[in-house]
Design a protein around this ligand. Structure first.
Ligand SMILES: O=C(O)[C@H](CS(=O)(=O)O)OP(=O)(O)O
Length: 236
C-alpha cells in the first residue's frame, strides 16, 4: 500500500486523488468539529466553500455553522468549535459548514474514490476505515492560509503510525509522509504540547479558544469516522 501526504491545500492537484482514499485533516478545527457534530447526532455535514453558499442553505431543517478569522460568522447558528455541538441540540439536523481552510480542503479532495475526515480525536478509527476501503491513501493536510500547519502534519504522522499497526503488508510513503511519521514518533506523549505550540494553536488561544485546542489534541477519543456520501459527510 502507498501513502502520500500532501502538506497543504495549495499542493492538492485533483489528479493526485483519483482511485484513492483521501483522508482530509484539519485538526484546528474543522475535521475535529465534524467528528464532534456527528458524535452529537447530527444527520450529516454539508461542507461549502463560501459564507454566501451557507446562507443560501439556511432553514429547511438545516443549521449553518462556521468561522471566519476564527470567530463565529454573524447570523450563523453555530461557529467552528467542537464543544458547541454538544451544547446546542443538533440531533438529526443537517449542518452546513464553511471554514477558512477545512471545508476548502474537503472540496479539493472530491476526486478521490472515498473521502474521510481525520483528526487526532479519531485517528485509529479513521485508519481502520481507510484500510477497509483497500485503496492507496492520500492524507491531505489542510494547513492554514495556504501554508503547512504543524498540528495537521502531526496528525498525518499519527495516522500513518496507526495504519502501520493495522496493516500486515509493507507501507510505502512519500518523503513528507516519512518526515511526519518521524515527527509524530519523536513527540508522542507530548502531542498536546505541540498542538498548543503550533501557530494555529496560539492564534486560537489568543481568541479565547483554549478549550478547543485542548479537546482537538486528545488522541483517539472518538470512534466516529465521517465519510463523504453524495455531498454530505455522514458516519461511516
Ligand atoms: O477557526 C478555525 O478553526 C480555523 C481558523 S484559521 O484560519 O486556521 O485561523 O479554520 P479551519 O478551516 O478550521 O482551519
Amino acid at each position: 500500500m502507498h501513502i502520500e501526504v500532501i502538506s497543504n491545500v495549495n499542493e492538492a492537484q485533483a489528479e493526485r486523488f483519483v482511485h484513492r482514499t483521501a483522508i482530509v485533516i484539519d485538526v484546528l478545527r474543522a475535521t475535529s468539529t465534524i467528528v464532534a457534530a456527528l458524535e452529537a447526532g447530527a444527520a450529516g455535514i454539508l461542507p461549502v466553500e463560501t459564507v454566501l453558499e451557507a446562507r443560501a442553505l439556511q432553514g429547511s431543517g438545516n443549521l449553518i455553522a462556521g468561522e471566519r478569522f476564527c470567530r463565529k460568522i454573524p447570523g450563523f447558528d453555530l461557529g467552528n468549535s467542537p464543544d458547541e455541538f454538544s451544547t446546542i441540540p443538533v440531533q438529526g439536523r443537517r449542518i452546513v459548514l464553511t471554514t477558512t481552510n477545512g471545508t476548502r480542503a474537503i472540496h479539493k479532495a472530491m476526486r478521490a474514490e472515498n473521502v474521510l475526515a481525520g483528526s487526532i480525536n479519531n485517528a485509529a478509527a479513521c485508519a481502520r476505515a481507510a484500510l477497509d476501503l483497500r485503496r492507496d491513501i492520500v492524507l491531505l493536510c489542510a494547513g492554514s492560509h495556504d501554508e503547512f500547519a504543524l498540528e495537521d502534519g502531526l496528525c498525518a504522522g499519527l495516522l500513518i503510525s496507526e495504519l502501520q499497526l493495522l496493516c500486515p503488508a509493507p507501507i510505502e510513503m512519500n518523503d513528507i509522509g516519512s518526515a511526519m511519521l518521524g515527527l509524530y514518533k519523536s513527540t508522542s506523549g507530548s502531542v498536546q504540547e505541540l498542538v498548543f505550540a503550533s501557530a494555529t494553536g496560539k492564534r486560537l488561544c489568543k481568541n479565547g479558544s483554549n478549550r478547543d485546542v485542548e479537546r482537538c489534541s486528545k488522541v483517539n477519543i472518538s470512534g466516529i469516522v465521517p465519510r463523504m456520501q453524495g455531498d454530505m459527510l455522514v458516519q461511516n
